[in-house]
Design a protein around this ligand. Structure first.
Ligand SMILES: [Zn+2]
Length: 483
């Protein structure tokens, strides 16, 4: 069994894969009769997926998820390199007989040495990541009885310890993270509200916005109808919930602001040095519901006037007041790197390279957030009218506002003006090895590859090179295309 691959995708199957941070999108299908419509269709898909990139890396919850993932991979690398020979043999035997080396169902499996602690810490980090993003990533492993509070407290503390003084605030040795209040998920009559669906709902609203622009107005109207239809499904759940809680119809622009409020929670160590946080301020779906409820009996200027940075900031301020929930702003600069080349060439462990790219982009996106919050909260507006002009001048160099790495027709693509072939390859190999840790510890059977460009695995030479890197990094005789 392969482990869950977290992804943010649109209806045409394009996706930002959060495991590898690669955007998968196919080129325009030119056999479509109407070329404008074909290009328009590609454009709105690209807006959708790029919005995921910018919202994820430019929000507090996205940065927290990147840090949680890095802590998990660092722990995996450490645990694997400190295993005894007996434990390594066990790992191979477990996996080949279809039993994950670490699993919620069988915990505790390992009584020996440090592995006893690493097992619990790793499972907690995995669990916390998925409860935050999308609990669906956990269902196949029967994690329903896991202690959510202990998982969050331990994982937030581990991550803070790893990142203190760099991406996160300084931490005093005796600071113990505590998460207070009932740790409830948000259930609706249509199913659970998750952080993932908040990202998806926002992306579809961004796509809908494109039809207000001159270009998409000339495209086949069915494109827009398809989006409206999509809104009647899972991706529209947050919008419907918000209207129900507010007791009236809310426009897309308001819903986008509520989502932005939800995606920027209070996080110990990340948004302040206070080690205690209430679940209601931490959990994005809860924040969203509370913000929507705060709209009842209040009509804001945002609903009637053109969007501006000042108005959006003011709106969020009033939302915080009315909901009683603060907004969490990241206090440290998440990265000291400034170019993609530095992220590719600065010496660091393989598991740190993809997060280094994410955090470098996060730093730029957070600067943009301070200057023009709508560029993130209303991402789709970046492609409309006078706002679109900023992309016409390439000197602005806003490449970090879009997914950096892509796969198209199975081939890997990178921004050639920022990294050369060798550097791009190093970044891809690091992403592949870091993503393999989940599989090694928590999956069984062959290593998963659906989050990687197909050509990398299909080319025997490249796959072998990749397997060598994996072996060099983990010491394990394991690889893609083998058991
Ligand atoms: Zn999506």
């Amino acid at each position: 069994m392969t482990v869950h691959s977290p992804r943010l995708r649109n209806s045409s199957g394009a996706e930002l894969n959060l495991r590898s941070q690669i955007l998968f999108q196919e080129p325009t299908r030119t056999h479509t009769k109407d070329l404008v419509t074909a290009v328009a269709s590609w454009h709105k898909t690209y807006v959708h997926e790029s919005s995921h990139w910018a919202r994820y890396h430019g929000s507090t919850v996205g940065i927290l998820l990147s840090l949680l993932r890095r802590s998990r991979d660092q722990l995996a690398a450490y645990a694997i390199s400190h295993m005894s020979q007996r434990q390594t043999v066990d790992l191979h035997e477990h996996r080949s007989s279809g039993v994950p080396f670490l699993s919620f169902k069988r915990y505790p499996q390992h009584a020996g040495g440090e592995l006893k602690y690493n097992e619990l810490d790793w499972l907690n980090l995995y669990y916390t990541y998925y409860v935050l993003l999308d609990p669906e990533g956990l269902t196949e492993f029967d994690a329903t009885t896991w202690d959510t509070r202990a998982a969050f407290e331990n994982s937030l503390e581990d991550t803070w310890r790893q990142s203190a003084g760099v991406e996160m605030a300084e931490r005093s040795e005796d600071a113990r993270v505590s998460v207070t209040g009932p740790l409830k998920l948000v259930h609706t009559s249509e199913g659970p509200l998750t952080t993932r669906t908040l990202f998806e709902c926002a992306a579809v609203i961004d796509e809908l916005f494109q039809f207000e622009g001159a270009f998409l107005r000339t495209a086949d109207p069915t494109l827009r109808e398809l989006l409206v239809e999509e809104m009647s499904g899972e991706y529209g759940l947050p919008w419907r919930l918000a209207c129900a809680l507010a007791g009236r119809d809310l426009g897309g622009s308001v819903v986008l602001t509520l989502i932005d409020f939800a995606l920027n929670p209070v996080v110990p160590g990340l948004t302040s040095a206070d080690p205690s946080v209430d679940w209601r301020e931490l959990y994005p779906p809860y924040r969203f519901a509370a913000a929507a409820k705060a709209m009842a009996g209040w009509e804001s200027d945002l609903e009637f006037q053109p969007l501006s940075h000042e108005m959006a900031v003011h709106f969020q301020h009033v939302l915080a007041k009315r909901s009683g929930l603060r907004t969490g702003r990241v206090v440290s600069r998440p990265s000291s790197l400034s170019t993609l080349r530095q992220a590719a060439t600065t010496p660091m462990h393989l598991v740190e390279r993809t997060p280094a790219v994410s955090l470098m982009c996060a730093s730029r996106l957070l600067d943009l957030r301070e200057e023009d919050v709508c560029a993130l909260s209303h991402y789709g507006a970046n492609f409309l009218e006078d706002r679109a002009v900023r992309f016409v001048n390439p000197d602005r160099g806003m490449w970090w506002l879009f997914p950096v790495f892509q796969a198209s027709r199975g081939e890997y693509r990178w921004p050639a003006e920022h990294v050369n072939l060798n550097e791009a390859t190093d970044l891809l190999l690091s992403a592949a090895v870091a993503s393999a840790y989940d599989d090694i510890l928590h999956g069984t059977g062959p290593l998963a590859s659906d989050h990687l460009p197909r050509a990398l695995i299909e080319d025997r030479g490249e796959a072998e090179a990749l397997n060598q890197v994996l072996k060099g990094s983990t010491g394990l005789d394991m690889g893609w295309g083998r058991i």
